[in-house]
Design a binder for this molecule. Sequence first.
Ligand code: UDP
Ligand code: MG
Length: 351
Amino acid sequence: MAESTSPTVHLAASPSGEKAPCDPNGWGSTPELSVVVPLYNEEASLPHLVEKLLNALRPIGRSFELVLVDDGSRDGTAALLREQTTRIPELVAVLLRRNYGQTAAMAAGFDASQGPLIVTLDGDLQNDPEDIPLLLSQLEQSNLDLVSGWRHQRQDNRLSRLLPSLLANRLIAGVTGVRLHDYGCSLKAYRREVVADMNLYGELHRFLPALAFIEGARIGEVKVNHHPRRYGRSKYGIDRTFRVLMDLLTVWFMKRFLTRPMHVFGFAGLLTLGAGLGIALWLMGEKLLLGTDIGARPLLLMAVLAILSGVQLFGFGLLAELQMRTYHESQGRPIYRVRATVRGRETLGSG
Ligand code: UDP
Ligand code: MG
């Protein structure tokens, strides 16, 4: 084998320790495509969603599975999902015990899914299943690892949605270095190995392209349809803007300093400590040489504060270094990702 990365890297077992069965749908082999959809109180959209997905996917001639995750809905979503699995062989229903949030629901879907290609979308019919073939062809023809949808004619409220998202998109592009127009679009296609390399926490599903980029993925974008929400309500309000900003800080830190936290904290610590010691020396000189009284000087307070916080920052950096090592080593996470290892001997031998 010349290629050391295989398209069917399997994800870890789910947190409950229960492994996905090899052939849940009785195809005799794993499906080529897994469509993962998180659902929270989407009972009114669900029947239309499943129908649209089946209509969009059956004609493209690939085996597929629909992994629909009920994120602890309070309405009839879970019951409806259960009922539909009795009629639709491609359906895999994952029912979470409570509402964990969209990111966790997507992670649950990824873990239960089997295909080497994964497509995600929202369950509220705002994304259009008809766009899935477009995403897949872009992924395969341009040999990308992730293709993100771009809702170029987005159907949401201007003030509460489009404006914050315009600003957020600019900011995210600048900070993460991934050049996309629309980070908030859930309609995306991935190669499994990219998803398997990422750990999702909090609400980081919005930063999947950035996280994938950190793991070395090749990323593309295609224009997709977007519809207004017809049933149910959006699960997010304007307060999301603040949470996105905080997440952006995390992602920025992970991208720049994940494997070298000491470079941030150590540097800041040394600067502060140096400044503090400088001021303290100066004051000591004044006291010893000129006999000035320094007890009531604000500078003294500053020197003490700077020395203390310098030491703190430095210690924090050391702890972060330890923490980072634990993070990588305890999970067997390499600090690099190999796309392929090509050995001259094998290439020549097989040609
Ligand atoms: N969702 C979820 N768990 C949650 C919140 C949302 O699974 O706690 C799902 C929701 O059912 C939908 C998708 O995530 O399929 C996106 O949510 P929503 O449409 O409310 O977000 P918006 O389109 O308004 O950004
Ligand atoms: Mg929506």
